[in-house]
Write a protein that binds this ligand. Sequence first.
Ligand code: XMP
Length: 326
Amino acid sequence: DWTTTNVVEEQVAAIRAQVGTKRAICGLSGGVDSAVAAALVQKAIGSQLTCVYVDHGLMRKGETEQVEKDFVAATGVQLKVVDAQERFLNALAGVSDPEEKRKIIGREFIRVFEQAQAEIVAEAGAEGEDVAFLVQGTLYPDVVESGGGTGTANIKSHHNVGGLPDDIEFELVEPLRQLFKDEVRMVGQELGLPEEIVQRQPFPGPGLGIRIVGEVTKERLDLLREADAIAREELTAAGLDRDIWQCPVVLLADVRSVGVQGDGRTYGHPIVLRPVSSEDAMTADWTRMPYDVLAKISTRITNEVADVNRVVLDVTSKPPGTIEWE
Ligand code: XMP
């Protein structure tokens, strides 16, 4: 029988069998998957788990604070926050290719985790531990779309599956590998996580790095963060959070178009809104959003975000488009 209680019991037993008395770390991204994976592992091995939040500068506005406060408050988990913004920006400098970005971000994550793991082991006075476990919130669709499943082409390297480097020193713990998103949410609920975490819309591990079409720079990230915050604020205000699966906000950094503002000519970048409806992210349709909400988002973004003079709506389903642009 598939029940959340059974899933939790099975996974707790499997995690205990795999990790034993050793230590594990879990990267938290602020998303549902890593939060539920962490809560499951914590239930299984308690204080042998330390969560690591890598602040890579590719997060949305307010996300770091949310992880630091909400998740820790809900679970009481041990949390280590690593400021890695410069490291990621340096590694991404000059890179525009989507797969290359994904690989770089996956690699840098692992390098930061390795460092964090070494520090945690040292702090605990447990030098000499040979196996280091890394908990990942990999879902079934991630496995399939990264080419790890049965018979599916390699669409993108999800950073928690295909995007990891080959020389990884961790043994992976992936308790959600057989689950779909709605099931993960149910498991999260069963584990007592708060609504704000369990019902959060999906956000990709590589963050805003794969929502800038073109090179990732600090200025572009700041600009996209502003536009994204406005879109999210208005979607929430309109009560649409539960109707929309997610709404990526994408910056076309290498595209410019002519505009006019006041008496002046502008030559700025477009922002793409990508609201989608979906059951499991494997397929999706573009959401027929109310025009007045779109209008409000467009007006605010072009007024409030410097260098953006145009907002466009993505009306492509998946397939043929993917949800994220990269
Ligand atoms: P695509 O763009 O492949 O996205 O249609 C499907 C779903 O997966 C999310 N996504 C990711 N999630 N790591 C993640 O944890 C990733 O590398 C990644 N790439 C895409 C995306 O937001 C959507 O919900």
